[in-house]
Design a protein around this ligand. Structure first.
Ligand SMILES: [Zn+2]
Length: 286
């Protein structure tokens, strides 16, 4: 972390995400970093490690997925010595509704020394300690003192500007909320799949080949698509692989030996001999 990031109170976040999400996460972090710079804060840093295939549980299915470790340095903006802790959307207490708490900062909550703070946030009344006027507010914000994190202040949204002296507190709070949402998303393995997405859409190539190897083992050999007369073969291997990939519940279990075969197949397919010669290279030796 560089000096400016340190001074801004940024934290280091280390997560492991599916490799196919890296592109999207990079774009998101770039956008947030740009926003931070516009608001007078230092930019963020993002670093990826080496990918590896891990067993991950998605939608109740265990898959072999390519995962990549990611290190993010960033944080929520500070406002004149105050740090954003949480945004609270107040429910109707008389109707027995609780509050919705957004973008809360677990580090600052811990540093506050108040063990009940998360519970308190979910049911606190919409008070403002700045103007002390009791009224029906729908949203309040909680900040903690940069030098003394046990010092907390709850503010009504209309008083945030007055209290902080920042010309655009709404933008700061928006950036803070987006950052906290990103951290939550990075922890969620099913994020980014969309409601209609299926787990098999994220399968790695070695996994598909391992599955084919398991089916070949179970069937006692590769069953071609068509028989000698050209009619479709019942139980053709490619059909079995497809059915297995698209079925809701897996029926084939992959053994270590299948994975070993798959490794050999993938090694063969990615061998130097098969590297494509770029079209613009003149292979005519003349
Ligand atoms: Zn107020």
């Amino acid at each position: 972390m560089n000096e400016k990031q340190k001074a801004a109170g940024y934290s280091v976040f280390q997560k492991t995400i599916p490799a196919f999400r890296a592109h999207e996460v990079t774009a998101q972090v770039k956008a947030l970093s740009q926003k931070a710079i516009e608001l007078g804060q230092p930019g963020f840093s993002l670093k990826y490690g080496e990918t590896s295939v891990c067993r991950v549980n998605v939608n109740g299915e265990t898959l072999n997925m390519e995962m990549v470790p990611v290190t993010l340095i960033g944080g929520t903006p500070k406002i004149n010595g105050w740090q954003f802790v949480a945004k609270v959307d107040h429910g109707d207490a008389q109707a027995g509704e609780g509050n919705l708490v957004f973008g809360y900062n677990p580090t600052l909550i811990e540093k506050s020394g108040r063990k009940d703070l998360v519970n308190w946030l979910s049911e606190c009344p919409p008070n403002c300690e700045h103007c002390d006027v009791k009224r029906n507010r729908s949203t309040t914000f909680l900040f903690s003192d940069e030098t003394d994190p046990t010092k907390l202040i709850q503010l009504g949204s209309s008083c945030v500007k007055d209290f902080t002296g920042h010309p655009n507190p709404a933008a700061l709070l928006h950036a803070a909320t987006l950052f906290k949402e990103l951290i939550v998303e990075l922890d969620d393995p099913e994020w980014g799949m969309g409601s209609g997405a299926r787990a098999h859409a994220m399968l790695t190539f070695p996994y598909v080949v391992s599955l084919a190897a398991a089916i070949v083992r179970k069937d006692g050999g590769w069953i071609p698509k068509n028989d000698r007369m050209g009619y479709p073969n019942h139980g053709a291997t490619v059909v079995s692989v497809y059915n297995e990939l698209t079925s809701k519940k897996p029926t084939i279990s992959i053994a270590p030996g299948d994975e070993e075969y798959a490794k050999q197949v993938v090694a063969w397919l990615t061998d130097d001999r098969f590297l494509r010669i770029p079209a613009n290279v003149n292979t005519h030796s003349g």
